[in-house]
Design a protein around this ligand. Structure first.
Ligand code: ADE
Length: 239
């Protein structure tokens, strides 16, 4: 997968050298290029923002540098992703969809956001997704891009050592995962649930399913309500 990131803070992306994303890059599964938006400014102050039409607090990112940047780094065939608190919620399903793309371009907004015409114009020549990490406001899109990239890159074939992890984790089947435990069996007076040490794989699977349902009901009733009847079995109903 090829990824281009346009930002006024390329330094934010140092973590992309680390851990599994770093390894995906060195192994050639992932090709990331960082671009400083100010490269496409033409005044001595390298200005990227201006006051909003209609008034109001804060500054808006000017369209000209963004237009030139996207002309340069987003050819046809790319897909543009713009993190913004006004975007559609970023979910595991959205991550799976982005993981199918060959070329992602991320546009990191700052201040009050990017002039809307940049996104409207880009949408005339490529798919554009405005996505939000959640109902809160960050200083800018950089940290959101790190989050989105981590969710997407771990889905790329070959990035995770054991691809089975992807089948068993939270949000794969629409539920939160059951609690997990490792050795020692007793720690500070707390025991690992006996059933996990029983070796009975059928009962363990059922216990994990029950725990996932109970946890999801307690913490995310919205996820439970969104499941279709086919996603639930008879035992689920009696829980
Ligand atoms: N930029 C600022 N806030 C954001 C959020 N909640 N999600 C994505 N991008 C953002």
């Amino acid at each position: 997968m090829k990824v281009d990131i346009v930002t006024i803070f390329p330094e934010y992306f140092a973590p992309l050298d680390l851990s599994l994303i770093g390894r995906a890059r060195t192994s050639g599964l992932l090709d990331v290029a960082l671009h400083d938006l100010r490269t496409w400014t033409h005044d001595v102050h390298r200005t990227v923002d201006d006051t909003p039409y209609g008034g109001g607090a804060g500054m808006v990112m000017r369209p000209e540098p963004w237009g030139e940047a996207l002309d340069a780094v987003a050819p046809s065939g790319a897909r543009l992703v713009v993190p913004t608190p006004t975007g559609a919620p970023f979910t595991q399903a959205a991550a799976r969809e982005l993981a199918n793309a060959e070329h992602l371009v991320f546009a990191c907004g700052r201040y009050e956001g990017i002039d809307q015409r940049v996104l409207d114009h880009a949408a005339t020549r490529m798919p554009v997704s405005e996505v939000s990490l959640g109902d809160y406001v960050l200083f800018g899109g950089e940290v959101a891009v790190l989050v989105i990239l981590e969710a997407v890159v771990r889905l790329l074939p070959g990035v995770l050592g054991n691809a089975d992890s992807l089948l068993e984790e939270s949000h794969t089947d629409g539920l939160l995962e059951a609690p997990v435990y490792t050795k020692p069996a007793t720690w500070r007076g707390h025991d690992v649930p006996e059933i996990l040490r029983s070796g009975d794989h059928g009962r363990i699977a059922r216990w994990r399913r029950d725990q996932a349902l109970l946890r999801t009901a307690a913490r995310r009733p919205d996820l439970l309500a969104a499941l279709s009847p086919e996603d639930l079995d008879k035992r689920d109903m009696t829980l």
